[in-house]
Structure formats: structure tokens, C-alpha cells
Design a protein around this ligand. Structure first.
Ligand SMILES: [Zn+2]
Length: 399
């Protein structure tokens, strides 16, 4: 058994105490004075520490750490054509392993205990995730409207079958690339497999103008309309970005109950666009947060993403304080867990023991009053000191 001690902060409450972890579960939350009675083997934290649920990075491409900063100032299309796509043709399995390790360590060190990754060579990424001890939802990116052999549907389905029920930490998603790069037939096949297995479907949705116009031209539908026709619009869908959704799309989404992953840094940097977060939350949609890839975001740091989401939400809502810090923190924790179907994201007995310890003995944590505001606007990933995933301290493997 181990325990984490400090100010315990989750979406529901803020209290001082100790979290007792047994096996992979939170066993109890107790006052510090009672800690001795539990006979725990290891205690982390103490006064001047914050304990929070591990953050859920609901959309990543960890291996793309390899492209960090490259072609930074090129227009998006040119950046894809000149830098990203040629380099993606040159991937080897060894290189994928090397860069997935860098990306996953980066995610863990910055407080993400769960990643939801979407990329080619998923087999290698899954192996690295398991070895480093991150909770990982891994989807092998597939497309059939674009000729790119690492994204072949057959390989995607083979990966899915190979890793089904194989690992405690690595779970699978079905990962069609986007609504304009995957055919309606393949989307339907994926919908059937999701229905049969209960797997989440993780897809880029209304990410670019080109995607929306291509889908309109081909089917006379919006990207959301296409997903509905394919049988994918349900609670297992995780749509990412959604920056070109219109009001009728929002209504369809709100009715069907999927999750949307908001990646504000990536959206503003690559598309100079974003979603109206306040509006999505008011419609009752489950919105999670993701860093997207280390390029263009710069770093896999979920604290920076919460902060950006809060600031950008004011711009789109046209008013200050559009989304309170506590709600932003909820998106990075319990709402992310809901998107992935995990009993995680809260510090409560029976929840998965995915926890992060933050050293708050620093000037930017004073005064420790409004801790939600501190977590969103003052904390950076580098303030994370210990990381526990599935009840195991993983920081020893990453530092
Ligand atoms: Zn992405």
C-alpha cells in the first residue's frame, strides 16, 4: 500500500488528507492523523503538496515528438507537404519506438496518467506504453481514401485483434483518420466492430475547411451527418477538434451523446480557429482536453492546455470568465475519463489509483486559496513531482 498526502483536489472537492492506494485502486481517503493506522509502505507528499487525479490527455500523437518545431513558420499546407508527410514515409519501427518513448515520458512527466493516442505503427507505441506504465488508449490510424500503406485498414484491424484483452494498461480504440480520408463503407465496418466490442471510435472531426468541403461534395452531408449515416454517432464516439461544426451539428451531437476533445493550442496554431467552448458545455456535451501532437503544440503539457482553453473560451464567448477554472479542471480529469469509459478522474474510494503529486512550495502557489485557479493558470507540468498510474509509482521509470 502507498499513500499520497497533501491538499486533495478533484472536480468535486478540496480537502486536506491522505489517499490510500491498494493494488490499482483508491482504497480510502482519510485525515492525515489516521494514516499510521493503515500501515502503508510508502508515503509521498505532505504539507505544501497538492494531490490531484492524473490528467487525461484525450488526444495525442506521441511519436510526432520527432517533428517538434520543424517547419514551425510554414503555412499549414506547406508544412504538411514539405515536412510532415515526407518524414512520415521514412518511419522505421525502431524510430517509432524511440520517439514514442520520448512523447510518453513527456506526457507522464507533465502529469498525464492517461493518453488517447492515434497514430500509425500502433503496435510499437502500445509496447512502449506498457513498458513505461502509462494508461494508454491506442488506435491504429486507418484511411482508405488516401494511399498510405502504414494506414491500411487491414493493418488497423489486425492490430485491434492482436491487442484485444491483452494488457491491463493498454486499451484499444478504433481510429479512422478523419471524415474525408475514410470511406463511408469503412466507417460502417468500424461502426459494426465498435458495436460488437464496445470499443471507442476516435476520429478527427471537422478539423479543417478542406475536410468539410470534401465531405459535402462527396455525400452532401456535414462530417457529423456522415458519421450519423455510418452509424457512429453514439456515446462511444470521441470526435476531436470540431472547429468547423455548425449549430445543427451541435444539436445532433448533443442528442447523440458522444464526447468531443478540444485541443485549443493546436487549433489556433494550425487553423487560426477554435470551438465556442461555452456553447458546447451549455448544450450538455461531454468535452475533454487534448494536447494533440508535440508539434505544433510545443510540449505535451495538459496544464498549458487547460490554461489556453480558458483564455480562448473568453474570446469565442465574447466575455471574460466564460468557463470557470473548476470546469476546465473537470474537462482534464473526470470528463476525460467519461469520454474513455474509465472509472477515474476523482479522488474517491473505488476509483482507479491514477494520481499526481504537485510540489506547491513555490512562489507561484501563493496564496493557496483558489486552488482550481492555481491548477489552471499557475501550475506547469514541471511542477509535477510524483506520478502514480494504476497504483504504481511510475516516476522512477521516467526521471
Ligand atoms: Zn490529431
Amino acid at each position: 500500500m502507498l499513500a499520497l498526502v497533501g491538499k486533495l483536489v478533484d472536480y468535486r472537492s478540496v480537502r486536506n488528507g491522505a489517499v490510500i492506494v491498494e493494488d490499482n485502486i483508491i482504497r480510502a481517503v482519510v485525515p492525515v492523523e489516521e494514516l499510521r493506522e493503515w500501515g502503508v509502505d510508502e508515503v509521498y507528499g505532505g504539507e505544501n503538496y497538492l494531490v490531484i487525479p492524473g490528467l487525461i490527455n484525450a488526444h495525442t500523437h506521441v511519436a510526432m515528438a520527432k517533428f517538434r518545431g520543424l517547419g514551425e513558420d510554414l503555412p499549414t499546407e506547406e508544412w504538411l507537404e514539405k515536412i510532415i508527410w515526407p518524414m512520415e514515409l521514412e518511419w522505421t519501427r525502431r524510430e517509432i519506438r524511440k520517439w514514442a518513448e520520448i512523447g510518453i515520458k513527456e506526457a507522464l512527466m507533465n502529469g498525464s496518467t492517461t493518453i488517447n493516442d492515434h497514430y500509425f505503427f500502433a503496435d510499437e507505441i502500445a509496447k512502449v506504453a506498457e513498458r513505461l506504465g502509462v494508461r494508454a488508449f491506442i488506435g491504429q490510424t486507418v484511411m482508405d481514401e488516401v494511399d498510405f500503406s502504414p494506414a491500411s485498414p487491414d493493418e488497423g484491424f489486425r492490430f485491434f485483434r492482436r491487442w484485444q484483452n491483452k494488457s491491463e494498461l493498454v486499451k484499444l480504440t478504433l481510429a479512422p483518420h478523419a471524415t474525408n480520408t475514410v470511406s463511408l463503407d469503412l466507417l460502417r465496418e468500424i461502426a459494426e466492430l465498435s458495436e460488437e466490442t464496445g470499443a471507442r471510435v476516435h476520429i478527427h472531426l471537422a478539423q479543417s475547411r478542406a475536410e468539410v468541403s470534401e465531405v459535402r461534395r462527396r455525400y452532401g452531408l456535414s462530417p457529423v451527418g456522415l458519421l450519423e449515416r455510418a452509424g457512429l454517432l453514439n456515446g462511444r464516439l470521441i470526435g476531436v477538434h470540431g472547429v468547423y461544426l455548425d449549430d445543427s451539428d451541435f444539436r445532433s451531437l448533443a442528442k447523440a451523446g458522444p464526447s468531443l476533445v478540444h485541443c485549443p493550442t493546436s487549433n489556433v496554431k494550425l487553423e487560426a480557429q477554435t470551438v465556442n467552448l461555452r456553447k458546447l458545455l451549455d448544450l450538455g456535451l461531454n468535452v475533454a482536453l487534448g494536447n494533440d501532437s508535440p508539434n505544433p503544440t510545443g510540449i505535451l503539457d495538459p496544464f498549458l492546455e487547460m490554461r489556453t482553453a480558458g483564455i480562448v473560451a473568453n474570446l469565442t464567448a465574447g466575455r471574460a470568465h466564460a468557463v470557470p477554472a473548476r470546469e476546465l479542471f473537470g474537462m482534464a480529469t473526470v470528463r476525460g475519463a467519461h469520454a474513455l469509459g474509465l472509472k477515474a478522474g476523482l479522488i474517491e474510494p473505488g476509483y482507479l489509483a491514477d494520481l499526481v503529486l504537485i510540489n506547491a512550495d513555490k512562489p507561484w502557489f501563493r496564496p493557496i486559496e483558489n486552488v482550481y485557479s492555481l491548477l489552471v493558470y499557475s501550475v506547469r507540468g514541471s511542477d509535477v513531482e510524483k506520478v502514480v498510474v494504476n497504483g504504481r509509482p511510475v516516476h522512477r521509470k521516467i526521471y
